[in-house]
Design a protein around this ligand. Sequence first.
Ligand code: HEC
Length: 183
Amino acid sequence: MQKKHWALLAALIMLGLSACGKNDGTGSSSAASGSSAAADSGGGKMLDFVTTQDSTPLPIKSEQFDTPAAKEFMSTGKNPYIGNADAISRGEKLFKLYSCTQCHGGSAEGQTGPSLHGPDYKYAKDATNKGMFETIWHGTNGGMGAKGAGLMDPTDPTNGLSPDETLKVIAWIRTHGKTTGNE
Ligand code: HEC
């Protein structure tokens, strides 16, 4: 009995300590992984990304492509998350979180904003994943605001979708259409 109590006490202390460690650690560990990700990027050529408004260079840095999938996309224009169930469900959550649903509807079927099902898009390039990425990142002149990190909210560079998140949102959007955008 006595032993059991000690074990319980020890377990509780450990739990408390690990919880504290977690709180302290989150900030520093995510900062550390952020910098290591930035250090990792660099290899791989970057495609010429352009804005949907006027085809000028897209404001985006190669360091922002900080996951394996994002890096692959950066140099190939192919979205590796197409058909990936985990990425798709995350993409659906992000679509809601960033209020895309308010203008495009809960299934991207169109509301005040157009349907995103395709394959016919107002901006023909949105049939490709590179084109849709550019449209979401930098917006259009017709009521679609930029959603890319640092552009959506110029006062906060961390606010907005990362390239990796944008690819997940696109992978979800593509589940509603007949084309994957990687064709
Ligand atoms: C405030 C309303 C609004 C929100 C929020 C919004 N959109 Fe849009 N979106 C629009 C409108 C309006 C258009 C049509 C733009 C145009 O005609 O230039 C559009 C166009 C688009 C297009 C191009 C469609 C085509 O036919 O070429 C894509 C892709 C898109 N939105 C994705 C998204 C995603 C993803 C989000 C969330 C991250 C989002 N939008 C959030 C209003 C919105």
